[in-house]
Design a protein around this ligand. Structure first.
Ligand code: F6R
Length: 328
């Protein structure tokens, strides 16, 4: 798993060279995907702020879709995720333009059968270990769909930022990830990020700690948490000080009031938790900033698995759950 983390830059460079093929132009876009593939959709969406985008992480198209005829981009690494297949099928039935981002599976077959564009990403990985392939591919698809300039140089710049910070384990981001893992180990990790890049990175951190380290973790975003969750630190101080580690993901290029809120929020929570860590985004584009924050979390999650002596790769509980659902 750690070698895939260190290959993030190479995955982004692969995407920079990708030609997404015949992508229909669109005024609205629906992105459908779950888990690691849903994360790729969210990262891609950060790169396309000028088009109305709706993320679907369920079984159904938004009610407005058949009337407005958006482009539906289905993202599923395996190509076999039932929710994403259901959305793709509903979109096909409604005659909507379609693109599939996948390694194969039923999604590739369905897309081929209806003549939809398929953007094939390299297979053989856990979906979460292929985030940069998929996010890069979604970024390319969104640029093609909106007629925007190729994002190849942003992808390459993000690759350089990630390679510098990880440097195959010798870089400052890798050292920070291992250090933060020491503070999180044996505790429940709460991750805070600012709306936009920071919040998407916080969700990635959470999912990586869940799936790689097999530990509970929770992510929230500022400013929303300043309107509810912050009050929740008011009681049970001993519990927090024994069991919770807070990681804040800071984005100096984000909205200045959000950065101010992040600083003040951390001041309120510090002292109520066992450990506080911080990661600061690098680079200028949303892709660079996201991947610089996520890369540290990826390392931390694999290090947490090592500290707990668990194999980061298999997701036995998730697979068992999918099996139970199929048999139910
Ligand atoms: C497993 C993982 C999961 C999957 C999710 C959807 O590594 O990251 O979150 O991404 O179960 O599966 P796919 O991506 O195949 O559609």
């Amino acid at each position: 798993m750690i070698s895939h983390v260190y290959a993030t830059g190479n995955q982004l460079r692969w995407a920079a060279d990708l030609s997404p093929g015949e992508v229909p132009r669109a005024a609205d876009i629906v992105l459908a995907g779950l888990g690691g593939s849903g994360m790729a959709a969210r990262v891609g969406a950060l790169t396309a702020p000028s088009i109305p985008l709706t993320l679907v992480q369920g079984y159904e198209l938004p009610g407005w879709a058949p009337g407005r005829k958006p482009l539906v981009v289905a993202v599923s690494y395996s190509g076999n995720t039932e929710e994403t297949l259901a959305v793709f099928e509903a979109a096909r039935a409604a005659g909507l333009p379609l693109v599939a981002v996948t390694t194969g599976g039923a999604l590739a077959e369905l897309a081929a059968a209806v003549g939809a564009a398929v953007v094939e990403v390299p297979g053989g990985l856990q979906p979460r270990a292929a985030l940069a392939y998929q996010a890069g591919a979604v970024t390319m698809v969104l640029a093609a769909a909106t007629g925007a300039a190729s994002p190849a140089s942003e992808l390459t710049a993000a690759a350089d930022v990630v390679d510098r910070t990880l440097d195959d384990g010798d870089g400052p981001g890798a050292a920070l990830g291992r250090d933060l893992a020491e503070g999180i180990h044996g505790r429940i990790c709460v991750i805070y990020g600012g709306h936009g890049v920071g919040a998407v990175a916080a969700s990635r951190w959470k999912a990586q700690i869940n799936e790689n380290a097999k530990m509970p973790a929770f992510a929230s975003e500022v400013p929303e948490l300043d309107h509810n969750e912050l009050e929740g630190w008011g009681t049970l101080p001993d519990l927090g000080r024994r069991t919770i580690a807070l990681v804040t993901l800071r984005d100096p290029a984000g909205h200045p009031r959000i950065e101010q809120r992040m600083r003040l929020t951390t001041e309120v929570v510090r002292g109520k938790v066992a450990h506080v860590g911080e990661v600061i985004a690098l680079g200028t584009s949303p892709l660079s900033r996201f991947f610089s924050l996520a890369a540290v979390g990826d390392v931390a999650s694999v290090e947490l698995a090592r500290l707990s002596d668990v194999d980061p790769t298999p997701v036995t509980l998730l697979e068992d759950f999918k099996r139970r659902l199929r048999e139910d």
